[in-house]
Structure formats: C-alpha cells, structure tokens
Design a binder for this molecule. Structure first.
Ligand code: SAH
Ligand code: F3S
Length: 482
C-alpha cells in the first residue's frame, strides 16, 4: 500500500523535460514526506527558468540539491551519508559541482550546515525557494549562500510546478504549508513554520490544468489538511481578526474538497494528512456525496493512551477518536482507515502501550506506519521530558504492533476477495511485466493481467486472490469513469 511517504521513492533523483537552450545541469534528490517531493517540483520549475535542465548523473551535475527531512534522527543520518557521497564525487570527479541543502534540515541547522559540512555551498529553507536565483548568483561568485527565513504568506500558489518522474496519471497538489498543532514530539512546526492556506482559485486552476494534461488522480497535500482555511490570505491563527465579510465567505476543507470534486467530476481526489482533532463530519459527508472523492482516510493517532495523547499535545482523547471512527464507518461504510503510531514516547508504560494495542484492535486499520520515538532537538518533548524508554523496549513494542497491523491488514484485504473493484492503472507491476498495477478508491494496490488496457484507464477488476496487502484479479472491462 502506498502512503504519501513512499519509501521506495526515497532518494530518487528527479528528471523533467529538457528545456532547449538550458546549459547547466541540476541533480535534485528528495527525502521525507510527499510535501518535499512536491516542493522539489517547484524548485525544478524555478531553476528551469535559470538555465538548468535536470540530470540523473551526479558526475555531470553543475548543481546538486538535496531536499531533506528532519522528522526522525534516522532521516537526517541518511542525508548526511548522501552529503558524504556528493563530497566524494566532487573531490574525485567533478570539482566544479556546487551542493545545496533544501528543506527541513536546512531550516533546522541553518548556518551550522555551512560550518559543519564543508561540502555545502547553499542552504535554503522551505519558504525561500523563490530566492534561489539570487542565492545561486552569490554561489557563482564564490560565496556561500543561505536563506532560511520562514514566511507567513508563501504558498507558491503562483508557481505551476513541473512534474518530475511522473507516471502521467497521479499528482500531488499542495494546499497548505506549515503546521500550528505543536505536537510535542514533532519538529515540523519549527522547520516549516506557521500554517497558511493556498487560495482555492489557484488550487482549482492546477487541478483543471492537470486534468487537461491527462492526469486522473490528485492528492491534496498538507501537514494537516483538515485545518485548511482560506479567507483572503493570512495565517490560520489570525482568522479571529478577519472582517465579517471575510468570515462569511471563508472556504474550509470540506468546501475545498467539494469545489475540487465538482470542478473535475471524473478526477479522483485524495487528501493527506488528516488530524483527528480537525477532521470534521462535514468532510466525511462531502466524501460520501461525491463519487470521485476516494474512500480512504489516513488518520494518524500516535498512541491509544489518554495520558500519552495529553503529553503529546494531541488535542483529543482515545474515546473521542473512537467516536470519530464510528462516525466515519456510519457515514462511509466502505472507507479504509490507516494510521501512524509512535511507541516509546517518554514515560510510556506497558499499560499505556497496551492501550495502543487495544485501540488498534478496536479500529483494525487497513494499513499503517509505525515508528519508535526519536527525540528531536528543540521540540517540547525534548525540552521538558526525558527520553526514558530503553531502546530494546521501544523495539519490542514496535515489533508487537507491526505484527498486529499485519494481521489486521490481512483481514481487511481478504474482505475484498470475490468483489469487483475499480482500479486506476498507474504503472507496470514491479513483479511482472505482464501485469498492471493500480489502486482502488480505498487505496488498495491491485495487480492484474495487462490485456489491452493502458496506463490511465479506470478498469473494473474481479478480485480472485490476494497477499496481505495487495489484491490480485482479472479485468472485466473499462469502468464508467473513463
Ligand atoms: N501531519 C504530518 C505528520 C508528519 S510526520 C503528515 O502530513 O503526515 C509523519 C509521522 O511521523 C507522524 O504521524 C508520526 O507518527 C511520525 N513522527 C513524527 N515525529 C516523530 C518523532 N519525533 N519520532 C518518531 N516518529 C515521529
Ligand atoms: Fe507534526 Fe503534529 Fe503538525 S505530527 S506536522 S505537529 S499535526
């Protein structure tokens, strides 16, 4: 199953159409969440106007950019290894190459990067990409360049991103930037700044443009999409101060979903990520009303213990979350639900952990992403709490819930056996060149023989078999959505 964080794609270098006349070569690589992959498309668009074409060959690059992730220590270690690799190529094969760090690590480490990592020439935070042309001019003159200023307005709504390494069928459309939630374990509010929403008009234009270019599915992206709020610009936290007319004409996430669904009635619409404290029943009802909004909600809960939820500053209880799940099931019986979970948060006892296990048993998620707690510098948890759960306990708890999730995924996947599901074909199956791979509305990966179908077709597939997470079947015809 695919989440917005596709582990297979981590570190993939990106290529786009070559613009004639561009002489310089850009190698750009992304790590972390879908927002980073989407941001790299914005960066490549900006640099295409600065004489850069992309390359996948490090040795010939004039400029190497790495879009980085700070969410866990391991993510940062991976990037550091890549920087060592660039360093070696620069030293041995390509001395003219310049190296820049983008994204969350750039924001978190700021000038420390220029001091610590001698290889870095350029440090650019997530809100400063439009300054890249100026920063590159500095670098060309032999100086280090840095801009890590966070913005209250920047949404890149006016930049039409190029699509990198695309399958031509599915695309990300970012709708909010930053996050105001301040979960105590999370570095994102520090690296991506305050939450702001992009104008609905610019989102709708991008959706229509994608449809006209043959795209069939979009994922509306944000750290906390349910918190989307447009009232003419400005930070979410300043909405109180908006005028009456601004308040009366404001667009919330349920409204935006409806606008997108109506604008392109055949375009599949997904969104990620939802936060239980902000997901409203209006959103769920809108999903029920429009056939083209996919029946899947990624609804991270992080823990099943009320005490730990409170320590994490997740602003809901276990009971409220369960009630939300019940409501989703009532309004949208066919909706799949997935989770993110953290084990070993400071002070987590065995009893707290068992609450996580029992919550998982209550929901029986279709799939999920589980992590051991990683202390992040500057977060509330790091400042106020001791990372006191021993590593081996964290690992054991993680293994327990990974095993439990596998059982649940299997039960959930088997429930589709003998059904007919609508699949949007995205690519060739990794396991066989004779098979297509795509996803159902519920985000379940499905493979089936290619026959005469092609990428981008919506196909009805009779499910005949499955693995723990993938449906296997046979096409019975094009669906009505084509
Ligand atoms: N709202 C965001 C969450 C970003 S982080 C989104 O768009 O998905 C993705 C997941 O990483 C979180 O849901 C959480 O489960 C995990 N995570 C975040 N900080 C972490 C930390 N310090 N240690 C371990 N896992 C963490
Ligand atoms: Fe992080 Fe919580 Fe926002 S997990 S991205 S602070 S919703």
């Amino acid at each position: 199953m695919e989440k917005i964080i596709d582990e297979n794609k981590q570190g993939e270098s990106l290529v786009l159409e070559q613009k004639e006349g561009n002489q310089r070569k850009l190698f750009i690589e992304s790590y972390g969440c879908a927002m980073n992959f989407s941001d790299s498309e914005i960066v490549a668009s900006i640099l295409a106007n600065q004489g850069f074409n992309t390359t996948q060959n490090l040795e010939e690059a004039d400029l190497v950019l790495v879009n980085t992730c700070s969410i866990r220590d391991k993510a940062e270690q991976t990037v550091r290894k890549r920087l060592e690799k660039y360093n070696a190529v620069k030293r041995d094969l390509n001395p003219k190459m310049k190296v820049g760090v983008l994204g969350c690590m750039a924001e978190r480490l700021k000038t420390k990067f220029l001091e610590e990592e001698k290889i870095v020439d350029l440090v650019v935070g997530p809100d400063a990409y439009k300054d890249l042309p100026n920063l590159l001019a500095e670098v060309d003159e032999g100086r280090d360049a840095i801009n890590v200023i966070l913005s209250k307005e920047e949404t890149y709504g006016d930049i039409s991103p190029v699509r990198l390494n695309t399958n031509g069928v599915t695309a990300f459309v970012s709708i909010t930037r930053g996050c105001d939630n301040m979960c105590t374990f999370c570095v994102v509010p520090f690296t991506r700044g305050r939450e702001r929403s992009r104008a609905p008009q610019s989102i709708l234009e991008e959706v229509t443009n994608l449809w006209n270019r043959g795209y069939k599915e979009i994922t509306l992206l944000g750290q906390n999409v349910d918190s989307y709020l447009w009232y003419g610009g400005g930070l979410k936290k300043d909405f109180d101060k908006a005028s009456d007319i601004q308040k009366a004409t404001a667009v919330n996430f349920a409204n935006l979903l409806e606008l997108c669904a109506k604008a392109q009635p055949k375009m599949r619409i997904r969104f990620s990520t939802s936060n239980p404290q902000d997901l409203t029943l209006d959103v769920v009802k809108t999903m029920a009303k429009y056939q083209n909004i996919c029946n899947h909600i990624h609804l991270p809960v992080q823990s099943g213990s009320n005490r730990i939820l409170k320590e994490m500053n997740r602003l809901h209880t276990r009971e409220e979350y369960m009630e939300l799940i019940d409501n989703i099931r009532r309004i949208l019986p066919n909706c799949t639900i997935s989770q993110d979970m953290i084990v070993g948060f400071p002070t987590e006892t065995e009893a707290d952990f068992q609450d996580t296990v029992s919550l998982m048993k209550y929901v029986k998620y279709h799939f999920g992403y589980m992590f051991t707690y990683s202390e992040r510098p500057g977060t509330m948890a790091e400042r106020k709490m001791i990372d006191d759960v021993p590593e081996e306990v964290k690992k054991r708890r993680l293994q327990d819930i990974v095993d439990l999730q596998r059982e649940h995924s299997e039960i959930r996947t088997k429930a589709f056996l003998n059904n007919i599901v609508e699949v949007l074909i995205e690519k060739e199956s990794k396991k066989s060149e004779l098979q297509w791979s795509g996803r159902t509305s519920q985000n379940v990966v499905t493979v089936f023989p290619k026959e005469n179908y092609k990428i981008g077709d919506f196909v009805n597939v009779q499910v005949t078999d499955c693995t723990s997470a993938t449906l296997i079947g046979k096409a019975i015809g094009l669906s009505e959505n084509n």
